[in-house]
Design a protein around this ligand. Structure first.
Ligand SMILES: [Zn+2]
Length: 88
């Protein structure tokens, strides 16, 4: 899974920093509730998780912001001051 977004142009250290806070699609390790619609999320369900804020979204709520993140990740890296090793 990690390899999917790894660019041959990337720098190892920077990639690890990115992954530590990048939102991701995972399987819920425990039951919870969607931060947006409050839908019950059962253990094992597919969810979107934002490590930076600790937020969890169900698939219907998380899909749009997750796609938005993917398209804006470059800008967020610049704003965070950690630079951007990628050229999309
Ligand atoms: Zn939801």
């Amino acid at each position: 899974m990690l390899e999917a977004n790894t660019s041959p142009k990337g720098i190892g250290k920077t990639i690890m920093t990115r992954y530590s806070k990048d939102p991701r699609q995972i399987s819920a390790k425990f039951s919870s509730n969607c931060c947006k619609c409050k839908t019950r999320i059962p253990k094992g369900a597919t969810i979107y998780y934002w490590p930076s804020s600790g937020e969890v979204f169900c698939t219907s709520c998380g899909d749009a912001p997750f796609r938005q993140f993917l398209s804006s990740a470059k800008d967020e890296e610049v704003y965070a001051g950690s630079g951007n090793p990628y050229v999309y």
